[in-house]
Design a protein around this ligand. Structure first.
Ligand code: DOR
Length: 435
């Protein structure tokens, strides 16, 4: 492993920024400061005009392995993550079979150990994600799993969710909920509203999400279990979470770039690239999400990176699977809202917040992986991104690391790009090329 020297960037700490060089020795940040110079053998990364901060962490990545490797596998997903500036991803358990057993979780952890970025695993809450019988939460927690979810669907039965929360609270793990009540959402393919009526499509109403957020907040109050709300998409969901946080309840929320950059009118052409669960919402929800992100009220931006093969997406809107790619463009889309004058907040939602929620920091009790979301201080594991906030690029679905191509941003020019991604002291991506 070569030692590294990151020259001339703006180092982004938890509360402030400083023009500094960063020296990385043996996989660890060895020194940070304006007066350093590289050793003769150091590999130098030029960071002029760049932000240098902790690598991004995606709390919500569908890696599709095992079971749907035609759309993505652990390596291709990790490559997309490295290109997007991520040093770690949390793999979602809605694989086939689901990640609901020691064998399946171990399989993904072992395969992930040789990927370009750290791969943490979210275990399923229930066996087969069927919402009935609890998965072996304690056994999975002993493998280092700190997040559990049935994502793809929410746990519909309040009694099952309560039982899961009671166990999870004792295990020191967090439940992550996909909030959609199926009695309200079932059969729907886009947001319920005027646009769905015009198009003659069945809607998934905002209330389907909001009743589950409200229910789970009540269950958190009862059980004390930490709950993380996945991909919230409505103004009211955010208001409910904010009120619960003010009350002191252990709840956190993420929002996904597609929900704060696209609204339901994108479905007007019946293009399945814009189909996702929860669906793209009304413009007023998009505005509320953007405002909350700008105001520092969001704990994490997470991608819900959901690869689907071209064959499966090339169906009628009603029949195509929901979901879109996210890893390679999430940081640019976040920058567009947070702005170039808020680097601390940018790293809060893309790195430090997610690291706290997934318990991936050095100070967390069971770091199975190297530590992420650090303060950029000597002694930190060197999981670092060099991010150029001014570089622009054209999104081309044919030039993505993912096996799938289902991005709704094809043809758009975006700003802000990861110039280099360093994982455990190794440069895994530089200048848009995998290393
Ligand atoms: O649109 C979605 N696609 N939402 C989810 O929650 C799951 C995801 C998938 O796995 O394709």
């Amino acid at each position: 492993m070569r030692d590294l020297f990151i020259r001339g960037g703006l180092v982004v700490g938890p509360t402030d920024v400083a023009p500094s060089h960063v020296r990385i020795v043996d996989g660890v940040i060895a020194a940070v400061g304006p007066e350093l110079s590289p050793a003769s053998n150091d590999y130098v990364i030029e960071a002029d005009g760049c932000w240098v901060g902790p690598g991004f962490i995606d709390l919500h990545t569908h890696l599709r392995e095992p079971g749907k490797e035609a759309a993505e596998n652990i390596d291709s997903g990790a490559n997309a993550a490295a290109l997007g500036g991520y040093s770690a991803v949390v793999a979602m358990p809605n694989t086939e079979p689901a990640l609901d057993s020691v064998a399946m979780v171990t399989y993904v952890l072992e395969r992930g150990a040789s990927a370009r970025v750290d791969v943490a695993v979210a275990g399923a809450i229930t066996v087969g994600r069927r919402g009935e019988q609890l998965a072996p939460l304690a056994k999975l927690a002993s493998l280092g799993v700190t997040l559990f979810t049935d994502d793809g669907t929410g746990v519909q039965n309040a009694g099952v969710m309560r039982r899961a929360m009671t166990y999870a609270a004792q295990l020191g793990v967090t439940l992550a909920q996909h909030c959609e009540d199926e009695t309200l959402a079932a059969g729907g393919v886009m947001n319920e509203g005027r646009v769905s009526s015009e198009l003659g499509l069945v809607g998934r109403p905002a209330i389907a999400e909001e009743v589950m957020v409200a229910r789970d907040i009540d269950l958190v109050r009862l059980t004390g279990c930490p709950v993380h709300f996945l991909h919230l998409s409505t103004a009211r969901s955010l208001a409910l979470v904010r009120a619960a946080q003010r009350e002191g309840l252990p709840v956190t929320a993420e929002i996904a770039p597609h929900h704060f950059t696209l609204d339901e009118t994108a479905c007007r052409d019946f293009d399945p690239e814009f189909k996702v669960h929860p669906p793209l919402r009304h413009a007023s929800d998009v505005a509320a999400l953007r405002e909350a992100l700008r105001a520092g009220e969001i704990d994490a931006v997470a991608t819900d990176h959901a690869p689907h093969t071209p064959e499966s997406k090339d169906l009628a809107f009603d029949e195509a699977p929901p979901g879109m790619l996210g890893l390679q463009h999430a940081a640019s889309l976040t920058l567009d809202v947070v702005g170039t004058d808020s680097p601390v907040q940018f790293f809060d939602v893309l790195s430090r917040g997610p690291a706290r929620i997934a318990q991936l920091r050095a100070e967390d009790s069971r770091p199975r992986h190297s530590a992420h979301g650090g303060a950029m201080q000597p002694g930190d594991d060197a999981n670092v991104v060099v991010f150029d906030p001014s570089m622009t690029y054209l999104v081309d679905r044919h030039h993505l690391a993912s096996r799938a191509k289902n991005t709704p941003y094809h043809g758009r020019t975006l700003r802000g790009s990861a110039r280099a991604t360093i994982v455990r002291g190794v440069v895994v991506q530089e200048g848009g090329e995998l290393c």
